[in-house]
Design a protein around this ligand. Structure first.
Ligand code: AMP
Length: 620
């Protein structure tokens, strides 16, 4: 079932635009005569730098002007705000929920300060969106109310929420958030090509995303996503900056580190040199007069040198790419297409790496800076009813579930499940006559609840009192098409179904997602052993309770066999208790197995003692 926003209610002539709200640059596209095309901004450019600058007198600039004046106004210019969207709290801080939620409400968390004013990332992003909206309206000559905005595949709930909010502040209803790699695949029209599996390699200014998609009958399914939210062109620029500082100091005795303006200018020189090295084997870097005290200071940087000083950054993309492929269960040899996204995929060393890993020449004929916006416009066209036969399926990057007895994490939706999705699981009461059940909603890949991230906690009250293990509680997880999580819990034994619906207040920051995946790999063995130990302990407890109940219900018995079986089972419970105190998994498992057999024997003996003397004819 689609969400209500999937059905446009306005007149068919309404244009829904597609926006790629990028870390470095943003772009807008729309459907024109069945084609997705870029909307140029007021300056006539396809790309608008995602940069906001403030003058002393409160005037502000967005885009190219903001970027070019940055050298002269570094303290009042904001770059890469996308990196700060949403919650930046760590897993540990999630536990200090009360404090941080108060801080959040007061707006003291994660703000940027310009002069004596502070701005939230949502406000800054909204300023960028406002410009994109205004420029589009001027170009198309009509009011734009709705948009599809793309987000990195790794964006968590709070980052997605913040993006929507930024749209709303800018006066745009965000009808759909689409993962960037999904949008890129749409732009390439791979749904009509006879391809099956695609890898999307997206290296922008600030983030690296790699996604594996599968196609079938015009349906895109994102099989796996991986990446690194702190890896991009900025890191390459930084290496060149360091090299320029060192070489200009050694060769020309110039200090490029002298002040903020010099640093900013050096960064621009580095980025421009990096871009020239995409086409040329070497390039000259000439200092502006301001930095060189009137001398003509210049030096040559070769592509080889650039590749050498950035080789480790390039190599950092290997592990996420291989991880995405293995998560998707796809051998690189089975890939049909590789799609390049992001300005940095023009860099020859990056292309060479993609070829080395996948063995195929990547698709890059659509400008990698525009391909995401072009795809977003196609999705907008689908929502506006202009484009048909395309369905998008994304996946959840981490598993979702709840805490169960023994601090175990029980998964309800597994990682890489296509969304939207709804899944439920039955649970029971851990204690006799329990009337309140805590539902601790978690996200992560570790086996124990405390090692994962808390999304929310809520209580199901007025549960029908029942002996331990008798209650029937169903917990539903629902992830909508925008990646938002809703959880409900139902007591199935009540006449009236109680349903509590929450929306996940926050999800782990993207870097926590990455760390968690790495940790879950690293700790897989010890985690699984811990889980088995806890499960064996719970099994032991249940067996002891069952034995005690059986023996208690039995009362005094004259039957010798039953008495012997009961004695053996009681001895067995003592063995399980000893094993549990000792804590060794093998001992608990073996004691459990013995007790289980003894309980079965006792049960049979009780039944045999109570059975009628003559067997009855079986009823047909
Ligand atoms: P994006 O975030 O996709 O807009 O990518 C921007 C990044 O791509 C920045 O780091 C740019 O410096 C880089 N970039 C853009 N064009 C080129 C080029 N021709 N060669 C190398 N890097 C480029």
């Amino acid at each position: 079932m689609d969400t209500p926003t999937d059905t446009p209610t306005d007149a068919p002539t309404e244009t829904i635009i597609g926006i790629d709200l990028g870390t470095t640059n943003s772009a807008v596209a729309y459907m024109k005569d069945g084609e997705s095309v870029i909307v140029p901004n007021m300056e006539g450019d396809a790309l608008t730098p995602s940069v906001v600058a403030f003058a002393e007198d409160d005037r502000r600039w967005v885009g190219r002007i903001a970027k070019t004046q940055a050298v002269a106004n570094p303290r009042r210019t904001i770059f890469s705000i996308k990196r700060r969207m949403g919650s930046t709290r760590t897993a540990r801080e999630e536990l200090l929920d009360v404090v941080s939620s108060i801080k959040r409400r007061m707006g003291t968390e994660n703000v940027v300060t310009v002069g004596n004013r502070t701005y939230t990332p949502v406000e800054i992003s909204a300023m960028i969106l406002e410009k994109l909206k205004a420029d589009t309206e001027a170009y198309l000559g009509k009011t734009i109310k709705r948009a599809v905005i793309t987000v990195p595949a790794y964006f968590n709930d709070s980052q997605r929420r913040a993006t929507r909010e930024a749209g709303a502040v800018a006066g745009l209803e965000v009808v759909r958030l689409v993962n960037e790699p999904t949008a890129a695949s749409l732009a390439y029209g791979l749904d009509i090509e006879k391809v099956h599996s695609i890898l999307v390699w997206d290296l922008g200014g600030g983030t690296f995303d790699v996604s594996v998609l599968e196609l079938g009958d015009g349906v895109f399914e994102v099989k796996a996503v991986n990446g690194n939210t702190k890896l991009g062109g900025d890191d390459y620029d930084q290496r060149l900056v360091e090299m320029l500082i060192e070489r200009f100091r050694d060769e020309w005795d110039v200090d490029l580190n002298q002040d903020a303006t010099a640093k900013r200018m050096t960064r621009q020189l580095a980025e421009q040199a990096k871009m020239r090295l995409t086409d040329d084997a070497e390039t000259r870097v000439v200092l502006p007069a301001y930095l060189s005290e009137g001398r003509r200071c210049a030096l040559t940087v070769t592509r080889d040198a650039f590749e050498q000083i950035t080789a480790d950054i390039t190599e950092r993309m290997v592990a996420p790419a291989e991880c995405a492929l293995s998560d998707a269960g796809i051998d690189p040899i089975a890939l049909d297409r590789v799609v390049l996204v992001g300005g940095m995929t023009r860099v020859p060393a990056v292309r060479a790496l993609v070829k080395r890993i996948t063995g195929i020449d990547p698709y890059g004929h659509i400008d990698p800076d525009k391909v995401v916006a072009l795809g977003a416009a196609i999705q907008a066209g689908v929502l506006a009813g202009q484009v048909h036969n395309v369905t998008l399926v994304d996946v959840t990057p981490l598993s979702l579930g709840i805490e169960t007895k023994g601090e175990l994490f029980t998964r309800i939706i597994h990682r890489n499940t296509p969304i939207p999705t709804t899944k439920s699981k039955l649970f029971t009461n851990a204690e006799d006559d329990q009337t309140v059940v805590e539902i601790h909603v978690l996200q992560g890949e570790r086996e124990l609840a405390p090692d994962n991230v808390t999304l929310d906690k809520f209580y199901l009250h007025d549960v029908e009192p029942q002996p331990r293990g008798e209650a029937r509680l169903e917990v539903w997880f629902d992830i909508d098409a925008n990646g938002m999580v809703h959880v409900s819990a139902v007591d199935l034994q009540q006449d009236t179904v109680k349903r509590i619906r929450i929306e996940a207040a926050c999800q782990p920051p993207a870097d926590v997602v990455e760390r968690m995946l790495a940790q879950s790999q690293e700790k897989m063995e010890s985690d699984q052993r811990k889980r088995q130990e806890i499960e064996a302990g719970i099994r032991g407890e249940n067996l002891i309770l069952a034995t005690e109940k059986l023996v208690g219900d039995m009362g005094e018995t004259p039957d010798e066999k039953v008495r012997q079986a009961a004695e053996a089972a009681e001895h067995g419970t003592a063995q399980v208790r000893d094993a549990m105190a000792d804590g060794r998994l093998e001992r608990i498992t073996s004691a459990n197995e013995t007790l289980e057999a003894q309980v079965k024997k006792l049960d049979l003996a009780i039944k045999a003692a109570a059975a009628p003397i003559m067997a009855q004819e079986p009823v047909a």
